[in-house]
Design a protein around this ligand. Structure first.
Ligand code: SF4
Ligand code: SF4
Length: 107
């Protein structure tokens, strides 16, 4: 699935994420203290806005693909756009506004 970076997941999903403040260059995923929960509705602390799109500041790390976020996908072709992201970007579903690291539900 191709993420269109609408930001919905990084605010609305309940997901385990690498804990903020740890050394991301020397992360040890076997240590429970490396992880924390991001609850539904909470803006992920790793989420930033860049040119109107969601930007994850962890995506470039080589270990990112092994995290729950990196493994996240939907049923369908690997090279297909995210259906929910497309609906949000086209205004068919309410989206999110990401401002300076903060995201808020749009009316
Ligand atoms: S770690 Fe990155 S991809 Fe996962 S919820 Fe946070 S900002 Fe989104
Ligand atoms: S809803 Fe789709 S496009 Fe939006 S952040 Fe989630 S995976 Fe990406």
């Amino acid at each position: 699935m191709i993420c269109l970076r609408c930001g919905w997941c990084c605010i609305n999903l309940e997901v385990v994420i690498p804990k903020e403040g740890i050394d991301f260059d020397n992360i040890d995923f076997d240590i429970e203290d490396s992880w924390c929960m991001k609850h539904t509705g909470d803006v992920c602390p790793h989420l930033l806005e860049q040119d109107g799109k969601a930007f994850c500041k962890l995506h470039h790390y080589p270990w990112f693909q092994d995290t729950p976020c990196g493994q996240y996908t939907q049923i369908g072709r690997e090279d297909a756009e995210c259906r929910m992201g497309r609906a949000i970007m086209d205004g068919r579903l309410p989206g999110v506004v990401i401002t300076s690291g903060k995201g808020n539900e749009e009316e």
